[in-house]
Design a protein around this ligand. Sequence first.
Ligand code: CTP
Length: 398
Amino acid sequence: MLKHKNIILGVCGSIAAYKSAFLVRLLVKAGANVKVILTPDGANFITPLTLATLSKNPVYTQYFEEETGVWSNHVELGLWADLIIIAPISANTLAKLATGICDNLLTAVYLSAKCPVYVAPAMDLDMWKHESTQANIAKINSYGNTVIAPGSGELASGLYGEGRMAEPEEIISFLDEAIKKSMPLYGKKVMVTAGPTYEAIDPVRFIGNHSSGKMGFALADELARLGADVTLIAGPTAQKCDQNVIRKDVVSAQQMFEACSSVFPETDITVMCAAVADYRPKTVATNKIKKQDSNLVLELEKTVDILANLGQAKKANQILVGFALETNDEENYAKGKLEKKNLDLVILNSLNDKGAGFKSDTNKITIFNRALERTVFEMKSKTDVAKDICSAILKIVK
Ligand code: CTP
């Protein structure tokens, strides 16, 4: 969850500042971009060099670095951050956050930031219990910040009790969980199909199509990025999906149907992007068909229409999205599929649009909703098209 996130770690004056080194390592390991701001007191407990080396970024200690003459722009830093975690936060900085006192770079960045802010207090048990500290905690909570509660144990003073900063691993799990919960599709189970299906003729030949799977894979990745638990049912394709996506590989339409039927009852949202073969050879030869002098005629039988089946089984709280790939009379066919297959959205691709459809990295879509309202989109990368489709889905979810 922390991958590619821009994170500011604030470190205040507390013996627990040594744990910040571990926290930086874990954040960097999780793929986050970390910038550390040390308060003047924090710098008495841990060196900027340690945190700069671990974070792979310069450490900010004041507005103006005397040696380099560089001005640290607190507004820019605040806007850069996707998340601020102040760990450890001292009773002093806690009081500043509660009252808006802004006398160092960290408190200025805090006031400038628009992102979620988490604080992990560390102090002696009596300081922690003090009414003013608890009032400050309540105050910063009421501003929408989140306090990661301290644990109990032996404190630097030698006393036992509450006040130990949460362990770095606990902080990472806490942030992971909080990010997950803030995602728009958190807790939603989603199924996506992608790629072609191959219908066997004999052990070495098949009927297939040119689908690359790129659109479906981009959709699965985007839905996962929005916090959904995604199961991707993929026909034969060389595409790779995000590690958060559960992938089930299938070959034929029948296998895709069986995989979809087992996953569908539990899903909240289903997006059927696969180019499923409509016909398959009626019989599959056990051995390779040998060349004859005469022509070869294959009898084809219909495959099951997976989407139409899911449309029939769909419950009121399930969202079903289908694609329509057309070459002529596109909008009418697309609207027809929306009605016939009981869809909530249909995504129209026209093969008449250059750069749209199979194999290309771009796509041009038109979306129809249940009210048959039409939204036309420009040609875009399939990653951006996936974002547009997800926005349309989010409108229904809301
Ligand atoms: N689809 C499916 N099972 C099939 C055929 C299609 O689930 N056997 C789904 C596709 O994944 C897509 C939608 O149905 O979401 C429309 O597919 P498309 O090939 O455009 O249309 P068809 O229903 O097959 O009709 P036609 O080929 O006549 O256009």
